[in-house]
Design a protein around this ligand. Structure first.
Ligand code: NAD
Ligand code: UDP
Ligand code: UDP
Length: 324
């Protein structure tokens, strides 16, 4: 007979749910949580993520993978929830915009309902897109943003804004412990090769010696954060006290023009590619740079990886993907 003491006296491991855990950021987060000894349940419908991203975790006793769409209710028992499920690149989220809004809004309601039932702490992966095409630069959390509510990016931007509203209403109405991080452009290994984002596009084009596609005049700016830095920040936010809800910006404040990024990638890959100019997509923000004063003050967090170093690691990853 098994003694009940054997069953119940085992060391308690926190049970963590990561939605969208088979995606780019989610898989890095699962790696880190599993390595730190947490009991991780990764939930994903594999819309843009893949089992390959978490393949190295298969077989570990503290990792589980479940195929599930967060727009449907989910009944599991967990202590913490990282809600990352949502396609993140413009090509992917504009492919089925209605589903994108459903994932952000219905997905948030379901995960908040779950958190409420099991009394879990819940973190939302929000985005710099809540600031839209900003008139305030750099963007602090206090800026309400300039988002077009009816454009091609709106399914994502407004979906994410509504999710933030839901998080705060569950917090106010049901006293739920919430955390919101506003993630700025992040890059690194395991970015989807077909996601059309600028870092993956430029690197793949350069490695294949194809034309580098600059949208518009290339003078628009972004600020790129390496994935490891971002995951550090996200985990720090989850571990803050109950009084810290965010929203808090997570990103790398070093801003760069897309033309300069193309030149950097060409140099790092010693590519023969030429730059070609294409039409700028509608509602493409002209500038974006996080104000990370809050993250520095409240979390003692700031990115450590320089763009050149992060790009080199990402180039190595895509070389392996292309068998180069
Ligand atoms: P990603 O597309 O690689 O990952 C999203 C994951 O969610 C994928 O694995 C996908 O299959 C899954 N998913 C999508 N819809 C789902 C659904 N209905 N049910 C279950 N799973 C679903 O994108 P990412 O870059 O890893 O982004 C992760 C999160 O971070 C997203 O919420 C995104 O909005 C946010 N974010 C990312 C960035 C960035 O630069 N990468 C910037 C801002 C915000
Ligand atoms: N929900 C879920 N898992 C749970 C608890 C709730 O997916 O463990 C879903 C449930 O389907 C509901 C949503 O979360 O639609 C919101 O739940 P809440 O309790 O806030 O609202 P209500 O059930 O009263 O609509
Ligand atoms: N971009 C580009 N060439 C590409 C892909 C993107 O010049 O092949 C530009 C795009 O117009 C935008 C910036 O790079 O100004 C960042 O685009 P991405 O889709 O990576 O992210 P987001 O616009 O969501 O910040």
């Amino acid at each position: 007979m098994v003694e009940s003491a054997t069953l119940f006296n085992r060391e308690y491991m926190s049970k963590i749910l990561v939605t969208g855990g088979a995606g780019f950021l989610g898989s890095h987060l699962c790696d880190r949580l599993v390595a730190s000894g947490m009991d991780v349940l990764c939930v994903d419908n594999f819309y843009t993520g893949s089992k390959t991203n978490v393949a190295e975790l298969f077989g570990k006793p503290n990792f589980e993978l479940m195929r599930h769409d967060v727009t449907f209710p989910l009944y599991v028992e967990v202590d913490q929830i990282f809600n990352l499920a949502c396609p993140a690149s413009p090509i992917h989220y504009q492919f089925d915009p209605v589903q994108t809004t459903k994932t952000s809004v219905h997905g948030a309601i379901n995960m908040l309902g779950l958190a409420k039932r099991v009394k879990a702490k819940i973190l939302q992966a929000s985005t710099s897109e809540v600031y839209g095409d900003p008139e305030v630069h750099p963007q602090p959390e206090s800026y309400w943003g300039r988002v077009n509510p009816i454009g091609p990016r709106s399914c994502y931007d407004e979906g994410k804004r509504c999710a933030e509203t839901l998080f705060f209403d569950y917090h106010r109405q049901h006293n739920l412990p919430i955390k919101i991080v506003r993630i700025f452009n992040t890059y690194g290994p395991r970015m989807h090769p077909g996601d059309g984002r600028v870092v993956s596009n430029f690197i793949l084009q350069a490695l294949r010696n194809e034309d580098i596609t600059i949208y518009g005049d290339g003078l628009q700016t972004r600020s790129f954060c390496y994935v490891d830095d971002l995951i550090d920040g996200m985990m720090k936010v989850m571990n803050t006290g109950e009084d810290f809800t965010g929203p808090v910006n997570l990103g790398n404040p070093s801003e760069i023009k897309m033309l300069e990024l193309a030149e950097k990638v060409l140099r790092l890959t010693a590519s023969k590619s030429k730059m070609v100019f294409k039409i700028l997509p509608q509602d493409d923000p002209k500038q974006r740079q996080p104000d990370i004063s809050k993250a520095k003050a409240k979390l003692n967090w700031q990115p450590k990886v320089a763009l050149d170093d992060g790009l080199k690691l990402t180039v190595d990853y895509f070389k392996a993907v292309l068998n180069l």
